[in-house]
Design a protein around this ligand. Sequence first.
Ligand code: PLP
Length: 365
Amino acid sequence: MKLKMKPVVDDLKPYEPGKPIEVVKEELGLDSVIKMASNENPHGSSQVVQKQLEQAGTPNLYPDGHARELRQAVAHYLQVEDGQLLFGAGSDEVILLLCRAMLSAQTNTVMATPTFSQYKQNAAVEGARIIEVPLKDGVHDLDAMADCIDDDTRIMWVCNPNNPSGTYVDASDFSAFMKRVPSDVLVVMDEAYGEYVEADDYPNSLEMLNTYENLLILRTFSKMYGLAGLRIGYAVGAESFISKLEPLRPPFNTTTLAQKAAIAALDDQGFVHDCREKNLREKKKLEVFFKDNRCFPYPSEANFLLVDVGINGDRVFDALLHRGIIVRSGEALGFPNCIRVSIGTEKENEQFMASFAEWIQAQNG
Ligand SMILES: *Cc1c(COP(=O)(O)O)cnc(C)c1O
């Protein structure tokens, strides 16, 4: 007997995460390995979070499915209503819920390519037609994306800054885009790296929620707040829309621990500020380093750099892996001649630069 899957499920490939440190140590017999592959916060998380985790409390009890306390904290922080928030086990889960709620075989969804893989993955499971619009100079081509909208379009995805390119769409382009999108088509603005952005003309999407009920913002505690392992993220949008999604949410989708940690993390904006400064300083160092070595980073507003290395990224990935440094090859990310490097601590970046330089010398020698 053969179990009958949805046809599309037979064709799906599992998400390829950055290689775990322990696996690389074992496979290559290395003592020390650093991971610069998954855009996590290399500075850990706030000490306030660490304290919360130690006193975690009641694992025998179900979490508050409504995440009341966290909901109030985030609503207060963003200056929105409690009912405008939907929490998920990472923003990944919110993406899944959106696709489940809105997409079917009779619909289509529009996204950039390359962009964050989970939009396509989840849309595919629902059987929706996926319309992919190539980035223009590494940036979302919002005009071309809007041109694709028809009566069957349900969701437009704008990853801002974009993973894996690190680039962003600015306020005026995004406003013009929102004006073009019909009010019955949802625009998802994924701001997973929003806390890292320095650009003055980055869109104020929260403010735009007042004008556009078809706008939804995704945020996460996984990146800047350093809680990737706890799985917590959220959507902010119009209360009328959020309340329709709420019944689709698994009743206890975020854990007590994650909720407590997120409240503590949000409360420590000093940590966020500190990490943003460090990221900026280290990003500049790495950019100079790459250019000196005739490799070309895309301009990044995030905590990673997509770098054109001039040859297949798999080769650079392998060379660095053997030197104990895990990055992502651009091959699987849609940029075959690139690597994507998460910006590490000062020490990690120095180790990275030393290994990279050593590899370049070996090539030239
Ligand atoms: C990391 C990431 C997410 C998902 O983060 P969660 O850990 O699921 O909250 C969402 N979007 C983008 C663009 C990301 O890079």
